[in-house]
Design a protein around this ligand. Structure first.
Ligand code: PLP
Length: 221
């Protein structure tokens, strides 16, 4: 099967220690199941409804990662089923995750999404917003979120040098946060960057988690 060849080629290309999030948005459960059967366990979705629909139809030990923009009113739907939310892009959103996770007494793993691209459209925090959040009393009192690292998306462009600068910037943000706020945290270790077009460069620049759809599943219309 093409799909499985694609996955296996990709896995040969990714160093041990870098996690592969297979981005299964718009893929049917049978397709996800085929990858599960050859050992893939981490799947990424960018729509809440799609994730919660697929979740009960697939094995329990799949790690579901949420990678899309998350609306606050949908947080309660994914909190029970998600393994990692890559896309915390505001303090308000983090507060909502903490609140909903508290209701079911679960700690939810989160990454802070940073705005690193030159495009206006991408969501994400900047350094100052992150500092304000991490030094606030409200954050310090949160009991139901683990901040596990950072995520970012490079500009959609052919300019490789630009993307590399953006990835370097994100890695520097990751290190500064680690040194400043998370020295004692066992959770803060993930740098989620790299997609089909730029994962090699992302890995060269220190990525620990690549999110790949097209290279596994082909182009989706
Ligand atoms: C769709 C998506 C990906 C995967 O992109 P590909 O180019 O298909 O590999 C990665 N990250 C996010 C946030 C996405 O929405």
């Amino acid at each position: 099967m093409m799909l499985i060849d694609n996955l296996q080629h990709l896995l040969q290309d990714i160093p041990v220690g870098v996690k592969l999030v297979a981005v299964s948005k718009m893929q049917p459960v049978q397709t996800i199941r085929a990858l599960y059967d050859v050992g893939q366990r981490i799947f990424g979705e960018n729509k809440v409804q799609e994730l919660v629909t697929k979740h009960p139809l697939l094995p329990e030990d799949i790690e579901w990662h949420f990678i899309g923009h998350l609306q606050r009113n949908k947080v309660k739907l994914i909190v029970p089923v998600v393994t990692l939310i890559h896309s915390i892009d505001s303090f308000k959103l983090l507060k909502e995750v903490d609140k909903e996770a508290g209701k079911i007494d679960r700690r939810v793993n989160c990454l802070l999404q940073f705005h690193i691209a030159t495009e206006e459209t991408k969501y994400g925090l900047d350094w100052q917003e992150a500092v304000t959040m991490l030094t606030s009393a409200e954050y310090l009192e949160m009991k139901f979120v683990n901040i596990c690292g950072v995520m970012g998306m490079g500009t959609f462009t052919d300019d490789q040098a630009l993307i590399r600068r953006e990835f370097r910037y994100l890695r520097s943000v990751f290190r500064r946060l680690q040194e400043t706020f998370f020295r004692e945290s066992p959770h803060f270790k993930e740098l989620s960057m790299g997609m089909s077009g730029d994962y090699r460069m992302a890995i060269e620049e220190g990525s620990t988690m690549v999110r790949i759809g097209t290279m596994i599943f082909g182009v989706i219309e």
